[in-house]
Design a protein around this ligand. Structure first.
Ligand SMILES: [Zn+2]
Length: 287
């Protein structure tokens, strides 16, 4: 039997957890908690005075998204990206649906793919309502999703598939993409927060340690013959207020370019996978 080595490609996506600071006032405690975290990071020597200064400046700018700057960087490196944006509120995601609609339109104009940053994971009715809400707002016939905080239960993927999602990327792990009904699940391996913060809830690694950890993950994906390396980076951190995060992301993209790893988005990967016809499929019955 002939085994052909599969050349790994990278899929980059971005979760939009925040647009402004003011959307959190009176709704949640994200902003005060963020400044407590920032002081811990500053006094631990993990962030500089300049980063802390930029974090305070953001209060006056009222900006916690960096979608356009990130897009310029991605475009210059030929990285086709997918943004996941919320149309419901929950666990610290507090921007309005009206503001989400403005950004969906802008991201489509920039030529990016846009899907749902899902809040509803518990049952079919809620997942389906969120799917239809995004469908109406975005005017797209087909799109994907990733759950905020990658929350799922044993039926979430089945219900997403039944709602009509084209793809999901909420599973973390070293597994090849697989199909559940008509939906593709793309497990991903690299998430900014898991690398830079874990095991703490604030930055616990230096830039060098973060890069070393990332290289280990990429090597593991290579050894596991994964056809796609999944990367989740939050646009919020593409900022001088989060220098380690921004430098790490730029290093990661440039490292993948130097390793000759091409970038595709989820839709391109689906076309490749369906063309190859060698995938695992889990059949489902509609609820
Ligand atoms: Zn999120």
């Amino acid at each position: 039997m002939l085994f052909l080595a599969v050349k790994m490609k990278a899929i980059v996506s971005h979760d939009i957890d925040h647009l402004s600071l003011s959307e959190h006032y009176l709704k949640d405690l994200i902003v005060p908690k963020f400044f407590v975290r920032s002081f811990i990071e500053f006094f631990s020597g993990l962030i500089s005075f300049s980063e802390l200064h930029y974090r305070f400046l953001d209060v006056f700018k009222n900006q916690w998204q960096h979608i356009e700057e990130l897009h310029v960087f991605n475009k210059a490196h030929f990285v086709p990206t997918t943004y996941f944006i919320g149309v419901n509120n929950g666990i610290g995601l507090s921007y309005s649906r009206a503001n989400a609609a403005i950004w969906i339109k802008k991201m489509k104009e920039l030529g990016c793919d846009v899907g749902v940053h899902g809040i509803e994971f518990e049952n079919f009715e809620k997942i389906n309502a969120e799917y239809l809400m995004f469908k109406n707002l975005s005017g797209q016939a087909q799109f994907g999703t990733r759950m905020h905080y990658i929350r799922t239960n044993p039926n979430t993927f089945l219900n997403m598939s039944a709602a009509g999602y084209l793809f999901d990327s909420s599973e973390m792990g070293f597994t090849k993409p697989y199909r559940i009904g008509n939906m593709w699940e793309f497990p991903f391996q690299i998430m900014d927060g898991y690398i830079i913060e874990k095991p703490k809830q604030w930055q616990s690694k230096t830039f060098k340690q973060s890069c070393e950890e990332t290289q280990r993950i990429i090597d593991k994906a290579f050894k596991g013959n994964l056809p796609y390396l999944g990367i989740d980076f939050h646009d919020r951190y593409f900022s001088d207020a989060h220098k380690t995060w921004k430098d790490w992301y730029m290093w990661l993209i440039e490292y993948l370019v130097s390793q000759d790893i091409p970038f595709v988005n989820f839709r391109q990967a689906i076309n490749e996978l369906e063309g190859s016809r060698s995938y695992v499929e889990i059949k489902i019955n509609k609820p």
